[in-house]
Design a protein around this ligand. Structure first.
Ligand SMILES: Cc1cn([C@H]2C[C@H](O)[C@@H](COP(=O)(O)OP(=O)(O)OP(=O)(O)O)O2)c(=O)[nH]c1=O
Length: 201
């Protein structure tokens, strides 16, 4: 397969690290898409729509024609309410207080477009996370570390937030912001050659 240029439309350092797992060279375009969610959207639709919005902004800034562009969006869902990134420390506390001691869902939507042949795919994955209860002082201390402030649902499963997590069902990396296993399969279907998949049986 010919070399195709990959662009990740994301300012998230986590998504860059996850895409690095594919051993595929890629470049990054940071987008500033509007992240407003319409109240009638289901969580699955919300993450897919937001990923497509980020992708559309990125596509308008890419001038290499042989490019596959990828964008993603992650939200946390509890009792049907969609939680994005907290606006301030008080909101982070309210989110964490709501999530602790119970289960919630993490949805990541991914939108991909192959500019070479016009092929596109949008999909989402859901991971269920069960959290331990933690004391108010611990939650306040955790917020002061700064870790929750740029994360959907106000925690990072890959960081100190792991101390809140009892168990998960589904793809761990989907919680971190990119369902990398499923993304690799779909990128191949869309014409990318993935070095990390070459040695399969
Ligand atoms: C729940 C959870 C979320 N997150 C992160 C993943 C996403 O980066 C972030 C959700 O915000 P997003 O709006 O999905 O992404 P972003 O603003 O960080 O980056 P961009 O839009 O430029 O791609 O929360 C974790 O890192 N760990 C977790 O455990």
């Amino acid at each position: 397969m010919s070399q195709i240029h990959i662009v990740l439309a994301s300012g998230s350092p986590r998504r860059r690290q996850l895409l690095d797992m594919l051993s595929l060279p890629f470049s990054v375009v940071v987008t500033d898409a509007d992240e407003e969610i319409r109240p009638e959207w289901t969580p699955a639709r919300a993450v897919e729509e937001l990923a497509e919005r980020k992708l559309a902004v990125a596509l308008s800034r890419i001038d290499v024609p042989d490019t596959i562009a990828i964008a993603a969006d992650t939200v946390v869902v509890v009792d049907g309410s969609i939680l994005g990134k907290p606006a301030n420390e008080q909101e982070a506390y309210e989110m964490l207080a709501r999530l602790q001691g119970r289960a919630h869902e993490v949805y990541t939507g991914v939108a991909i477009y192959n500019m070479k042949n016009g092929a596109s795919r949008t999909f989402h994955e859901m991971t269920r996370v069960w959290m331990r209860p933690q004391r108010e002082e611990w939650l306040r201390w955790y917020i002061r570390t700064g870790e929750p402030m740029d994360k959907a649902g106000s925690y990072a499963i890959q960081g100190i937030g792991a101390l809140l997590v009892e168990r998960i069902e589904g793809d761990f990396y989907n919680v971190v912001g990119l369902p990398i296993g499923q993304l690799a399969v779909i990128l191949e279907e869309l014409g990318a050659s993935i070095p990390s998949l070459q040695n399969r049986a």
